[in-house]
Ligand binder design. Sequence first.
Ligand code: WT7
Length: 654
Amino acid sequence: MAQENIESTLHEDRQFPPSESFVQQASLHAADLDKLYQQAEQDHEGFWAEQARQLIDWQQPFTQTLDSSNAPHYRWFPDGKLNVSYNCLDRQLEKNADKTAIIFEGEKGDVEHISYRELHHKVCVFANALKAQGVNKGDRVIIYMPMITEAVVAMQACARIGAIHSVVFGGFSASSMKDRIEDTGAKVVITADGGNRGGKVVPLKDTTDQALENGCDSVETVIVFKRCDENITMQDGRDVWWHDAEQGQSEDCEPEWMDAADPLFLLYTSGSTGKPKGIQHGCGGYLLNAITTMRWVFDIQDSDVFWCTADVGWITGHTYVAYGPLATGATQVIYEGVPTVPDAGRFWDICARHGVTIFYTAPTAIRALMKVGDDIPNSYDLSSLRLLGTVGEPINPEAWMWYYNVIGSGRCPIVDTWWQTETGAHMIAPVPGVTHAKPGSCTRPLPGIDAAIVNDDGEEVTTANQGGYLVIRKPWPSMIQTIWGDDKRYKETYWPYFGGKYYLAGDSARRDEDDFFWIMGRIDDVLNVSGHRLGTMEIESALVSHPNVAEAAVVGRPHDVKGEAVFAYVVLKGTRPDGGIDEDLTQELRNWVGTEIGPIAKPDDIRYSDNLPKTRSGKIMRRLLRAIAKGEEITQDTSTLENESILLQLQGKA
Ligand code: WT7
């Protein structure tokens, strides 16, 4: 295991207890939290069983809590039966039928309020439409949609009939989509003629057509929602409009009663090697932690207006847009576009107009909005806000303070939530009415989450502030079930050490004298660009697939808004450009990566050299490349380099 990323972080002593006004209205107080910790400590499985009985409506109650017979493929509540969509919609109808489930706002300003009754109706009709298109329990469905209500409808409809959805982020390319279609063997693709983003129309259907051009033989039907009046071509016998598919479909749709451990969805995420992996989540356990964290971390209450700004293409948009808020009967905002249209006040404008009370976003967005100054947020009435959250990467104390003072007026606690696609829900996060926050720390593991920091031998690191590997030592309900179609990779990636006993998160972390956790970075070759995970190898493969490129190595470098930026070292097949500069080729390679993976993966820097620095055994010296990308002094041993001139080339000095 490479410890090289473990670096000391600045010490942060400031503590922020929750404001009195927050504590007064919080649903969980110190004594309640202590009790939860105690119960979980005394009887881990019993604790989760109790939560599952209280918070989920079971069609058939479970009698067994955890099946570990095929560990690490743990099965929670194995003999229980439920339906996730029933728990999100049907059970709200009794008390909350007329309550607003979704306040939708399009980028162009169109606003729609959808009640639980209306959402239930939409989901049932579309679920029946899917069935009529031949979608059965266990079939895979790709969803490639803009951030509109129908994206959630499509996900919920799949959940209702037991189809396994796999949402592909609308910013991903045709080739990324194709990989996902082929890996899942999806029968149906659900998309739209376009979506509004950044003042432009994202051509989702055109990209779908490209993805399906060759291969993807499993796809029988493409369902197209009309959002933008785009001129698109519909392929006879394959493509059907969403509204046509719904024609004549009944609004009654009996949910498919699923085993708790049946898969609910697949979501692809990058690893350090190979193609993105399909993270599989199950129904019962996943739903449970979506609910517990909505309650514990977001303190969700009946009168709240919740807004998580994440796209449904990421896990955050699954747990805290498509499932968690609905399963807790909340009102939530869904916004289609980017934070800067028509100007950098859009998020605050939405908060003010819709009376948002809980706001959850990524540090990269906070940093970008902080850059434009305080006047913009100060010109909006943000007094409805009571709680703020962040996710995706460590938040730098400066951005934390700005979020706290300028957006929250010192009144709103900030919940910094550490979790991953694989963990399904928050793992380490504050309980806002109790925890005294420290800027930059995700604070403490939630009840029932046995997070620890261990050394190479799997022994717990007990010295305060000493770094190590972040592991989870006991199974938890919303944990990854497997990597779709690759049980071996699942075991090798997440359970490689410590006798396969601990889940390896892939992050390094330290624990301070108050037992607060501080995430220090990835231990693998995974970058975190604007809170999105990118495998360096994926970007390298994309570069090498360009006809002019012989070899490539990709590392991250610090970036003040994105957190990390993609830095690529490229060896060309022909000669190196004069002085290492060729603007046209650089632009071409950036666009190439954009088309191969998606715009988020485009390298910020490309540096050409005659060769890559390698060790005697032929391994690329990534640590050296990282140091150069950061502009640091070279302290590594470079004696294996064939000649010093490469070093100058890599540094951009020759
Ligand atoms: C990786 C997971 C979980 C939804 C968004 C990203 C980093 C995530 C934090 C945080 C420090 C964080 C970790 C983690 N990360 N949240 N609050 N503080 N780092 O999901 O794409 O699966 O990425 O994001 O490195 O392993 P993801």
